[in-house]
Design a protein around this ligand. Structure first.
Ligand SMILES: [Zn+2]
Length: 223
């Protein structure tokens, strides 16, 4: 625990590798502050450190708050080659579609547990790059829209469990609390309502790729 809570001040040391904080570290649940791009001397090295950490932990996105730095900066890389990192500073979602889409999401701060999260299918995002030049991501969709919304949530202290249906959230938190982290082990939480067959609450199955599947039921809420 001391390890996880080590970076509690949010102080940023140049050249020190960044750690990725995990739930329930309180810094993950705080709102980040806007960056004064022209005067923030630490910004270039912070972005560099975030890219390094994202690669080390094999993520597709990372927000500064996940490294304990409460500043509004996020990075993502959804390229096949994982060598096209993009940075968004002070991002704002200015528009979103009424249409929603649901897909399994995971988070480096809630490691190895995946579950369905519903979000607007398309969004428009305004942000800045490290030089202070404006960036406009207009009507983005698919994985890009999902990753950017996920990382923007981090900047507001919102984690994926906060976006899940209540019974999925409860199963995810309970699973997280009881499970011993194994680097190569993956757990997927499935909404049992999406299956016609009767599956008993908390039933566990194994997926084609060896992952553990836990079926979450509505009734689990009243337990
Ligand atoms: Zn995340």
């Amino acid at each position: 625990m001391a390890h996880i809570l080590g970076n509690i001040t949010g102080a940023f040391r140049k050249n020190a590798p960044l750690e990725v904080l995990t739930h329930p570290n309180p810094l993950l649940y705080q709102k980040c502050e806007e960056i004064d791009i022209a005067h923030d001397e630490d910004l270039p090295s912070l972005v560099k450190g975030l890219v390094q950490a994202m690669r080390t932990f094999d993520g597709v996105g990372l927000a500064a708050s996940q490294a304990g730095i409460l500043k509004r900066v996020l990075i993502y890389d959804i390229s096949e080659s994982q060598d096209e990192p993009q940075v968004l500073i002070n991002p704002v979602i200015t528009d979103h579609s009424e249409e929603l889409s649901t897909a399994d999401e995971g988070c480096l701060s809630f490691p190895n547990i995946y579950f369905p999260v519903t979000r607007p299918s398309r969004v428009t995002v305004k942000a800045y790059d490290v030089a202070g030049e404006p960036i406009l991501l207009e009507d983005i969709e698919g994985l890009l829209a999902r990753v950017v919304q996920h990382e923007c949530d981090h900047l507001d202290g919102v984690m994926i469990v906060d976006r899940a249906k209540p019974h999925i959230r409860k199963t995810a938190l309970r699973t997280y609390a009881t499970y011993e982290y194994q680097p190569e082990e993956y757990i997927t939480i499935v909404d049992a309502q999406t299956f016609e067959a009767e599956i008993s609450p908390g039933a566990i199955a194994h997926g084609a790729n060896g992952e553990t599947i836990i079926f979450a039921h509505d009734e689990a809420i009243d337990e």
